[in-house]
Design a protein around this ligand. Structure first.
Ligand code: SDX
Length: 399
């Protein structure tokens, strides 16, 4: 418009658009990571292997897999400094605030990780430094999540176990004290959480991943970039939706209240959390898989009573022209909260169970941007639609 470039093709080569990590076909409800359909990864892979695939672009061979698992599970400890930051948070702090603060603190306490302090970028120059910090961040994410839960319970932290799997260790660090040091979480729950972690690991250029890549492009340390990405995920329109779904279903309370609630949504007085997606104009493939995981968790933990209301809400919305015409379908968050509730997590802990696995996707995009973006800062342009050129008006001449 009037000579302003609305879209500059040169923008494409700033690595802000192209990616080799994830492909989504919103119309077909299709999702794949590095060429592998999400259904196959959910069925055949596990979270740490999927994280390796996202970050390094291929399924690891036996040696790579063994080394990867050993390294990640031997970098799960957090320093006393970081524990003090987490321990200083009030018991009623939202766990996501604790998570954001802990990663910002990790950046502060890892000066060698901070290019701003070094006057150069370690990650562009030295792949070993980049990979070491990737391992540290992924390893510590679960420990920080568990520590934020212990703050909430007003209980001492539990040291991680390097001989457990990633999700087994996470559940152990939250419950071991009450269960004794040889506590091993129920394998059905470990498997369910691991599948949920695969489904939440990456999702192309969503709000929090765009934040990680945008902030990371300034060449700040990755811990600070992770803190920024986690803050983006915290929002109820993004990773906070799984918590909001449960609050919504609890507020509806019974199957009889479903239709009156949907009328409020149609009058824009309420939002149907867990429905809709900027990209999926068909059902979110992750939602279908999560619904199946729910049944395995209910078998182990007992059926979550809210499932009846949630199912009635889903069925009514799928038959209602308001939602069908706007192509609004259940997304990844619609069922996951019911699983976390059945697993006994506190409501405001749910977004962290989204954030921990998404650390893998954030790291994958951060690495891709540095590997291929040749260290260029992300600087999107805007189309100016404001006032035309005009002269300054002295106070006495203003209306
Ligand atoms: C995640 O980007 C990602 O990939 C995200 C994610 C990931 O893995 O990273 O998939 C994870 O964030 C899933 C989304 C979780 N959020 C929620 O469940 C919150 C509820 N959903 C909505 O807020 C909404 O659907 C969004 C934010 C997810 C998408 O919003 P859009 O793209 O702005 O919605 P739209 O433009 O397609 O809306 C079209 C119409 C509008 O109504 P009209 O103006 O046409 O009358 O649909 C309405 C919207 O008001 N609408 C909804 C609705 N979602 C859209 N109305 C009621 N309830 C909803 N949930």
């Amino acid at each position: 418009a009037n000579g302003i470039r609305v879209f500059d093709p040169a923008f494409l080569n700033t690595a802000a658009i192209s990616s080799k990590i994830t492909f989504i076909d919103g119309d077909r409800g299709f999702l794949m990571h590095r060429g592998y359909p999400i259904e196959q990864l959910a069925e055949k892979s596990d979270f740490l292997e999927t994280a390796y695939l996202l970050i390094y672009g291929r399924l690891p061979d036996k040696k790579q897999d063994t080394t990867w698992r050993y390294e990640v599970m031997h970098h799960t400890e957090i320093s006393e400094d970081v524990k003090k930051v987490i321990g200083s948070m009030r018991y009623d702090s939202h766990p996501m605030s604790v998570f954001v603060s802990a990663f910002a603190a990790l950046g502060a306490f890892a000066p060698e990780a901070n290019p701003a302090l070094q006057g150069r970028n370690l990650y562009l120059e030295n792949k070993d430094v980049m990979n070491k910090n990737i391992i540290r961040i992924l390893g510590k994410a679960g420990t920080i999540a568990a520590a934020s839960m212990r703050v909430r319970m007003n209980r001492p932290f539990i040291a991680p176990r390097s001989d457990y799997s990633y999700c087994e260790n996470l559940l152990y660090m939250m419950d071991a004290q009450s269960e004794g040091e040889n506590y091993r979480p129920d394998s059905r729950l470990v498997k369910a959480l691991d599948t949920l972690f695969i489904l939440h690991a990456d999702h192309e250029m969503n709000c929090s991943t765009a934040t990680m890549t945008h902030v990371g492009s300034s060449l700040v340390d990755p811990y600070s970039a992770i803190a920024a990405a986690a803050a983006a995920l915290y929002g109820p329109l993004h990773g906070g939706a799984n918590e909001a779904v449960i609050r919504m279903v609890e507020k509806i309370g019974s199957v009889d209240n479903v239709l009156p609630f949907l009328e409020k949504v149609k009058r824009k007085e309420e939002l149907l959390f867990g429905f809709g997606h900027r990209v999926y104009r068909n059902t979110d493939p992750r939602s279908k898989i999560i619904r199946e995981v729910a049944d395995s968790v209910f078998e182990a933990c007992g059926r979550e009573p809210l499932i009846e209301v949630a199912t009635a809400l889903r069925d009514a919305a799928l038959k209602d022209e308001f939602f069908v015409s706007r192509r609004l379908y259940p997304n990844v968050d619609f069922w996951s909260g019911l699983i976390y509730k059945a697993l006994g997590f506190p409501l405001d802990f749910f977004p962290i169970l989204f954030a921990v696995p998404r650390v893998a996707g954030w790291l994958a995009h951060w690495k891709q941007m540095l590997d291929h973006g040749n260290g260029k800062i992300w600087r999107p342009r805007q189309v100016y639609v404001g006032e035309g050129l005009r002269d300054y008006v002295p106070m006495e001449q203003r209306a």
